[in-house]
Design a binder for this molecule. Structure first.
Ligand code: M6R
Length: 596
């Protein structure tokens, strides 16, 4: 997620902004930059792609940039590749205005067309640059900077947090936000703007978050509101810097789980179609490739997709696909799923699929990553950077993207109503996830007992099975508790020999036609002394002997792996907490597996 810092005061701004950017780096970024109001009404800008070290080198630590007010930004690409010319701050051609922006401007295309039609030239592919030109146009037309900002935000649709400086107003900093976070910090003879508290915590603990759409004007002497609004109410931050980075949560994993409602709402509605309609109607089969959780996304998609579209779906672990020459049918779609977009096995499988002439769609979180670049088409999940090694919000976003993909194929093949039903089902997911999060105490109680065990089993049938695979992977990954997932009917073919008194069996039963079958499996393990934890849908009657139950909110049956996955993520998190383990950095694991 992008980060913003702004400063006006008495200290040299550039080194301070660069330091602040360093404290925003934990959020993930792929380029960065600063712009400072220098003497003589000039704006001096310095940007670099890649790590902050490159920016520091490029602007020599800021020592040579004069000026005591400016803005800085760490960018995590959404529109336009992570290259220097797309990095913020963006500047208008005349060097009168500089802008940093977090969020997404939804109507940027139409604004860009309008401005280009008037002769404005663009030097980036970002949505942000339209803001710069709108501001410059308004100032050129005689508006004051504050009026220009008010007029400009009136034209924007979407979400944003903006930091703006104008060459004509030395030592002044403007900020405004809609939905995206932006804070004002008050120091002694200096003021700050930041998207996150950690950026300014060494300088001040007094912060205020302006209400949405309130324009703030900062000078070293304080904050004023150029237009009527609520008086600033500063509060004191009591967190330490590390807790502040995590937004007050105990771990990044916990924070990222709590971002899921927002993330899935976004992935369900934003971005372009996954496939051009002409292609969606012609797909003869779908083959998923991915690793770990991304592989589970394909499995869940297969249950859903085949039922919805009638198109055959296959799912391969990428490391197997790359050496296994499965025949690909003409017009078979290959879908590479990857959060990082850099997983070596998925990339190799993608190359192999392309070598064999397949059309490859990738579902990727990191913009500009290798898998994204090498695919015929890419859909960005836009879940924001995921810091914790165990994937949570990105997994859910991938799943939503895959549901959308099948809704598109179904629409093209079977008519609009079929796809529309999926989309209206997806609209209910954010609330369902919120309700799971609200029920955390029940999961904590389960975790307290499960954490004492040495191994656990997950069972489920149909679409519940891939959700169980994901639940078991999460548990293993961060709590080091040995866990296996099985289709509920499969346990009796061998593994039931491991089910003895006290072994936890976590049964997921959300599929109405299969709940009775899963409960038979529950009876079998219960008869051998297992402690059964049943996770089911609120609308299903599930009569079974259990140690504890957790009820999931009901949504479209095929979408139930989403709330189920969130319940399992919380379970893994709570078991890790019981075992006093750091969930963010599990042993032996890397966030991005770039070796075979
Ligand atoms: O970046 P990717 O989505 O390609 O990563 C794939 C797997 O390495 C990843 O999902 C892994 O299984 C996670 N650590 C699971 O939480």
């Amino acid at each position: 997620m992008c980060g913003i810092i702004g400063y006006t005061g008495v200290r040299p701004a550039a080194p301070l902004l660069l330091e602040g950017l360093g404290r925003l780096a934990y959020r993930g970024y792929d380029s960065a930059g600063i712009a400072v109001l220098a003497d003589g009404g000039r704006i001096v800008r310095c940007r670099a792609e890649g790590k902050l070290a490159r920016l520091l080198e490029k602007c020599q630590g800021g020592a040579e940039i004069p000026g005591t007010a400016g803005i800085g930004h760490t960018r995590w690409a959404t529109h336009g590749a992570p290259l220097e010319h797309n990095a913020h701050p963006h500047l208008d051609g005349g060097g009168r205005v500089a802008v940093v922006h977090n969020g997404i401007i939804e109507n940027w295309r139409e604004l860009r067309r309008e401005l280009a039609g008037e002769g404005y030239t663009f030097s980036s592919e970002t949505d942000t640059e339209v803001i710069v030109h709108l501001l410059a146009r308004a100032v050129a037309a005689g508006r004051t900077p504050a009026e220009a900002l008010r007029d400009t935000v009136g034209r924007l649709r979407g979400t944003y947090a903006l930091g703006v400086i104008f060459a004509c107003e030395p030592e002044v900093l403007y900020g405004v936000r809609r939905e995206s976070p932006l804070l004002v910090g008050r120091g002694d003879g200096e003021m700050f703007l930041a998207s996150d508290i950690p950026a300014i915590l060494p300088y001040t603990r007094l912060v205020w978050e302006p209400p949405t759409d309130t324009i703030v004007r900062l000078t070293p002497r304080g904050v004023t509101l150029p237009f009527p609004g609520d008086a600033p109410a500063f509060r004191e931050v009591t967190w330490d810097a590390a807790a502040a980075e995590r937004g007050g949560y105990a771990s990044f994993m916990e924070k990222e789980i709590h971002e899921i409602p927002q993330v899935v709402a976004h992935t369900a509605t934003e971005g372009e179609a996954l496939l051009p309609p002409s292609l969606a109607g012609n797909v003869t089969g779908v083959t998923f490739i991915g690793c770990g959780s991304a592989y589970h996304v394909g499995l869940a998609g297969a249950y859903f997709g085949e039922k919805l579209t009638g198109v055959p779906v296959r799912v391969f672990v990428a490391s197997e696909f790359r050496y296994h020459p499965v025949p690909l049918a003409p017009r078979e779609l290959v879908v590479a799923v990857s959060q990082s977009g850099e997983t070596a096995d998925t990339l190799a499988a993608l190359r192999e699929a392309k070598r064999r002439g397949a059309y490859v769609l990738s579902v990727v979180n990191v913009v500009g990553s290798t898998i994204a670049r090498e695919s015929d088409r890419v859909f960005y999940t836009q879940a924001g950077p995921e810091i914790a090694v165990a994937t949570t919000k990105a997994f859910c976003a991938q799943l939503v993207a895959v549901y959308r993909l099948f809704a598109e194929i179904a629409t093209a093949k079977r008519g609009r109503a079929v796809g529309a039903e999926v989309l209206s089902g997806l609209a209910k997911v954010p609330d369902a996830v919120r309700r799971v999060l609200d029920g955390r105490e029940g999961i904590r109680r389960m975790a307290h007992r499960i954490a004492q065990a040495e191994s656990a089993f997950f069972i489920g049938r149909g679409a519940d099975y891939p959700a169980c695979l994901e639940g078991s992977l999460k548990l293993k990954e961060i709590s080091y508790l040995h866990a296996e997932a099985y289709p509920a009917g499969e346990l009796k073919h061998g593994t039931i020999s491991l089910v003895t008194a006290g072994v936890p069996v976590i049964a997921l039963a959300t599929q109405s036609a299969l709940v009775g079958k899963t409960l038979s499996g529950v009876e079998e393990v219960h008869a051998r002394g297992a402690e059964v934890y049943l996770i089911t849908d609120e609308t299903l009657t599930a009569d079974a002997p259990t140690a504890a139950r957790f009820v999931l909110p009901h949504i479209h049956e095929m979408l139930m792996p989403l709330p189920a996955a969130v319940a399992f993520e919380l379970l893994a998190l709570e078991v890790a907490a019981e075992r006093e383990l750091d969930p963010d950095m599990p042993r032996n694991l890397a966030k991005s597996v770039t070796v075979e």
